[in-house]
Each structure stands twice: as C-alpha cells, then as structure tokens.
Design a protein. Structure first.
Length: 85
C-alpha cells in the first residue's frame, strides 16, 4: 500500500483494474485506493506482469503492506509466496 500524504496510515482497495496474470506497462492504472481524504488511482511504476493480487476489493490495509506482486518475468507460486513471507 503506497503512502500518499504524511497522515495516511491505511488505504482501502476499491477496485482492481487488472487481474492476476495481466501484463502491465508503466503508467497503466492498476487499482483504485480510498484513504481518509481522497480516492486515487494507482499507476504501475514499471512494466511487468501481475503475478499475485494479495489484497481484495473491500480490504483495508496498512501503508507498506504488499497488495500485489508484479515482476518482469514469471515466477513459481513458491517463489511468489516466499517473497511475500
């Protein structure tokens, strides 16, 4: 979960625009996040593929939490789970 502002402590996932396995390009909108003060769309910071979405629509998670794993190449489920742990 990105931190957008000094007082942001958590965010709620409103909507995913992408799904597991989708390819993304830098700047693509990947999800919509609601905070105490704003609803904002998060862009992909780089090119890659969404390997696993870790937070569902409706979830509220703390800043710094892993909400998705994106990589430039495929990885096994074990590698992704190991990264998340």
């Amino acid at each position: 979960m990105p931190k957008w502002g000094l007082s942001m402590k958590e965010g709620s996932i409103l909507r995913w625009f992408k799904s597991n396995g989708d390819t993304v390009s830098k700047g693509d909108m990947i999800l919509e996040i609601e905070t105490e003060k704003v609803v904002n769309e998060m862009e992909s910071p780089e090119d890659g593929k969404i390997l696993k979405i870790c937070a569902s629509e409706g979830d509220t998670v703390p800043v710094g939490s892993i909400i998705a794993v994106c990589a430039k190449k495929d990885a096994s489920n074990e590698e992704v789970d190991s990264f998340i742990d």
